[in-house]
Structure formats: structure tokens, C-alpha cells
Design a protein around this ligand. Structure first.
Ligand SMILES: [Zn+2]
Length: 88
């Protein structure tokens, strides 16, 4: 199973006249190491955005939410609907 860290879009990407991304700042980052080790690192999200890893967040929790990047969601196969109780 692939694991993804959560990245936060860097403000300099959307503060200059492009507020479009403002509402969906969370991106998925392929995690080659545990997300808490990547905390604070600047990485490339799976959609190509430059983001800063937010090690305390989990993509499994953030991804299904409305504030997650739709491209990252599609690329990681994360459904928009929140996961129902998962067994095992
Ligand atoms: Zn993204």
C-alpha cells in the first residue's frame, strides 16, 4: 500500500492575484519516509505543485475532504466521500 504525506501549498504560489487555490491547499506527497520525518520539507506533490510537508496531517484523513487538491485526490485514488468504517 502506498503511503502519502500531506503537503500544504506554499503561500507564494497563490498569494499573487491567484486566490483560486486558496480553498484547497492540501496536496498529497509520495512518502518515501515516514511523514513525520518529512515534516517541514519542501516537496513535489503528486500533481506537480510545490508544497511543504505537514507531517502531523494524514492524507487518509485530509484527502477525502473538500479542502484537498482534486488532482492529488484523483492521482492517489482517494474518493471524495469520507470513508465509512473500514474493517481491517
Ligand atoms: Zn495537488
Amino acid at each position: 500500500m502506498e503511503s502519502y504525506a500531506v503537503g500544504f501549498a506554499r503561500p507564494d504560489r497563490w498569494s499573487r492575484g491567484h486566490p483560486a487555490e486558496d480553498g484547497r491547499p492540501w496536496h498529497a506527497v509520495e512518502a518515501h519516509r515516514p511523514p513525520n520525518e518529512l515534516d517541514g520539507e519542501v516537496e513535489l506533490a503528486v500533481c506537480g505543485a510545490i508544497v511543504q510537508v505537514w507531517g502531523s496531517q494524514q492524507w487518509e484523513r485530509v484527502g477525502p475532504g473538500r479542502t484537498a487538491c482534486p488532482d492529488c485526490r484523483r492521482l492517489t485514488g482517494t474518493a471524495l466521500t469520507p470513508p465509512l468504517s473500514r474493517a481491517g
